[in-house]
Ligand binder design. Structure first.
Ligand code: ADP
Ligand code: ZN
Length: 518
């Protein structure tokens, strides 16, 4: 090899050091291996195929869905003296002809193409006659219905692997949830690709989740302790946004509402005022945030639970872009989970329902986690850490543990007695000795487990049962309305052979105050 990749990094791109894991990715590609690279936007994915493109013989073919991005990338490369071109529908026939000439003469290092162009039979045929350095597939999540930007033309990219067996493929995305990842690798036919996940950690953000009880009071307590700081409060519906904004204003906070139902000019005014620090708090639906680039957002509050961990990560990620300590607070309530579930189940598309429910479940699991939040979050994205972060509510204020063996036995045997066919709410009714119509109709008031949990409040039962699900004693079947059944781990508990330790539910407003004082 003529020059080292370090040399190319310096002389062509003007950088002194690789970011992790750029070097290792590049080395794999140079060795002819397939790679799947999951990094947030701005993480530095491009170098991972651009440097190999310069070090391997032949032209590198880069698939990219957006013409504007393609052009930016190409211009930047040309400015660095790299021989790059692109082929897309915006070119005239003459311009495209020139690109073909360059291709045939072998005078290109990189060619950006739109997927529909790449997959045209004549074009694939032409590629077959050329020496190819690699394929890079940008925005690879577009191949998956699990992702947020499904593009049917991407699904054909699975043909590349069998058509060009010797050419390494670098697939890249910033979308990292486990299902999408698995789907991308499967559809592209890259079972042996080395997967790299990096750059997702935001160490300056403190993650906190509190049970949602009196949300307005909880929010107020949080905001009062942050008199001069700017932040975003996310809520799920426009109505809720308007309500919360009004109530905050009435309580004397500098707050404004933002959602897609407001007139354009009003939305723009709010955004600009927030940007200039004239408004301190924006209460918003997810519509807010796309265009804003405000470095000093000190906190992001989720008044309602987001519908997926990806949304949560993206929204909390708007805090602390300046690298200074920032906070992410989520109010987490089972009511929200039920509402979200109902909304999802309204859809007729069974596959969509399955996808959304699974995403929601992951979000719920995060909210309920009694382990380091950052580890839970990063591990969801495929970035496993072996240390707790020390900068989340669980780390700084570990939940008290209590021996819940007896309550677990009661709950598990109630699941058993009712035939493993009922959801949490019904089980709690039975445990608490309710005489509601459904309990009576089912004759569940005749069971030995009816009323054995009357001494424990319903909210606490919810908490206990949730943790039993989370810890794997109970399995929840969402294709059967969340019916709970016993898993194998439940038997030793029921037989009294093992004990169950659970986390104590936290006390809300107090928790907020406590995290602040530290
Ligand atoms: P992505 O494709 O992951 O969104 P890019 O490849 O566009 O990210 O890189 C984002 C920014 O980081 C660019 O401005 C790029 O020049 C810069 N960058 C990438 N790698 C390095 C590096 N090793 N050292 C310094 N800057 C880098
Ligand atoms: Zn932690």
């Amino acid at each position: 090899m003529a020059a080292s990749i370090q040399h190319t990094l310096k002389t062509v791109f003007g950088f002194h050091d690789f970011r992790p894991p750029q070097q290792e990715v590049i080395e794999r590609v140079l060795a002819g291996e397939d790679v799947f690279l999951v990094m947030p936007t701005g993480g530095g994915k491009s170098l991972c195929y651009q440097i190999p493109a310069l070090h391997r013989d032949g032209v590198a073919i880069v698939v990219s869905p957006l013409i504007a991005l393609m052009k930016d990338q190409m211009d930047a490369l040309i400015a660095n003296g790299v021989r790059a071109a692109c082929l897309n529908s915006s070119l005239s026939a003459a311009e495209a002809g020139r690109v073909f000439q360059q291709l045939d003469k072998g005078t290109l290092d990189l060619l950006y193409v739109a997927p529909e162009r790449l997959l045209m039979p004549e074009f694939l045929e032409r590629l077959g006659t050329l020496k190819l350095a690699l394929f890079a597939i940008d925005e690879a999540h577009c191949i998956s219905q699990w992702g947020h930007d499904f593009r049917p033309e991407y699904t054909q990219l699975g043909r590349l692997r069998p058509l060009f067996p010797g050419v390494p493929i670098v697939a890249m995305t910033a979308t990292a949830d486990p299902e999408t990842r698995k789907d991308i690798l499967g559809q592209l036919g890259l079972p042996n690709a080395t997967v790299f996940v990096a750059g997702f950690d935001r160490p300056n953000i403190t993650y906190t989740v509190i049970p949602k009880q009196k949300p307005l009071a909880q929010l107020g307590a949080f905001l009062r302790n942050r008199r001069d700081e700017a932040g975003i409060v996310y809520a799920l519906s426009r109505k809720r946004v308007d309500q919360v904004a009004k109530q905050l204003q009435a309580a004397g906070f500098s707050a404004a509402a933002y959602h897609a139902g407001l007139p354009d000019d009003q939305r723009r005014r709010v955004q600009e005022a927030f940007q200039r620090d004239d408004i301190r708090i924006v209460v918003a639906t997810v519509a807010f945030g796309m265009g804003i680039d405000k470095p000093n957002v000190r906190f992001v509050v989720h008044y309602d639970m987001p519908k997926s961990v990806e949304s949560y990560y993206q929204e909390t990620g708007r805090a602390g872009r300046d690298g200074l300590p920032s906070e992410a607070l989520m109010l987490f309530g089972m009511g929200d989970v039920m509402t979200a579930r109902k909304l999802i189940e309204n859809s007729d598309n069974a596959e969509r329902v399955r996808i959304e429910i699974q995403k929601l479940n992951a979000m719920v699991a995060y909210g309920e986690a009694l382990t380091c939040r950052r580890r839970a979050l990063l591990s969801y994205f495929g970035d496993q850490r072996d240390h707790d972060c020390g900068n989340c509510d669980i780390c700084t204020d570990p939940p008290q543990r209590f021996d819940a063996t007896v309550q677990a036995q009661k709950a598990l045997s109630c699941v058993y007695r009712t035939g493993e066919r009922f959801g949490m709410m019904h089980l709690i009714e039975v445990l608490r000795g309710s005489k509601n119509q459904r309990v009576l109709d089912l004759k569940h008031d005749k069971l030995s487990t009816w009323g054995i949990g009357a001494d424990t409040p319903a909210t606490q039962w919810e908490n206990i049962i949730r943790q039993l699900i989370h810890l794997g004693y109970l399995t929840q079947d969402f294709t059967r309305f969340g019916a709970l059944s016993l898993s194998s781990a439940a038997r030793p508990v029921l037989k009294g052979e093992t004990t169950v330790t659970l986390g104590m539910p936290r006390n809300t407003v107090e928790t907020v105050e406590r995290t602040r004082k530290r």
